[in-house]
Design a protein around this ligand. Structure first.
Ligand SMILES: CC(C)(COP(=O)(O)OP(=O)(O)OC[C@H]1O[C@@H](n2cnc3c(N)ncnc32)[C@H](O)[C@@H]1OP(=O)(O)O)[C@@H](O)C(=O)NCCC(=O)NCCS
Length: 147
């Protein structure tokens, strides 16, 4: 992700509650511990999804993952996660964490399918609207971990 991608990413952010704005995203790009990957259409190269996270020592946290509403249910998020796991394993990361809104059943299904487990709740973690968060984690080093 570069500054040139921010308009497309902001447009997708705005489809979901509590969107990050361009300034917040630009700040994230400057963070040395941050990583980001984009999904683009093969024909037009248009940005249709992205994942953003940070790694500190051997622990990573997924901060954002979203797919354009017109391109959902086609495996885009699955590909973004697979790529993320491959890269994190390559860099020696042991564990991946994330938070998600307790009402976000779709994302919970996605993460459970990818081997994440709920380990707790952060009360009133989100604003606009106010909501609790599930904390989920996945080991990246277990040989039997799926996928
Ligand atoms: C969550 C989100 C990223 C999924 O993106 P996607 O590209 O549509 O997901 P995929 O097509 O890769 O689906 C992978 C798996 O996720 C789950 N899933 C995705 N959409 C689902 C839906 N509408 N209902 C139930 N499960 C769903 C399924 O387990 C699916 O596997 P399957 O196709 O074998 O059933 C997308 O819905 C989104 O951008 N939502 C808004 C932002 C958000 O909630 N981000 C996560 C917060 S941390």
């Amino acid at each position: 992700m570069t500054a040139a991608d921010l308009a497309a990413v902001v447009a997708i952010e705005r489809q979901n509650p509590g969107p990050w704005n361009a300034s917040h995203l630009a700040d994230e790009l400057k963070q040395p511990l941050s990583w980001q990957w984009l999904a683009r259409t093969a024909d037009t190269d248009r940005v249709i999804g992205y994942i953003i996270g940070r790694t500190v020592a051997d622990e990573a946290e997924i901060l954002r993952l979203a797919v354009d509403a017109n391109h959902r249910r086609r495996g885009v998020a699955q590909q973004l996660l697979q790529h993320t796991f491959t890269e994190l394993r390559r860099s020696g990361t042991l564990t991946c964490f994330l938070e998600l809104r307790v009402s976000n059943i779709v994302a919970r299904r996605l993460y459970e399918k990818n081997g994440f487990q709920s380990i707790g709740i952060r009360y009133n973690y989100y604003q606009s609207p106010d909501e609790d968060a599930f904390v989920m984690t996945k080991s990246l080093q277990d040989k039997g971990a799926s996928p």
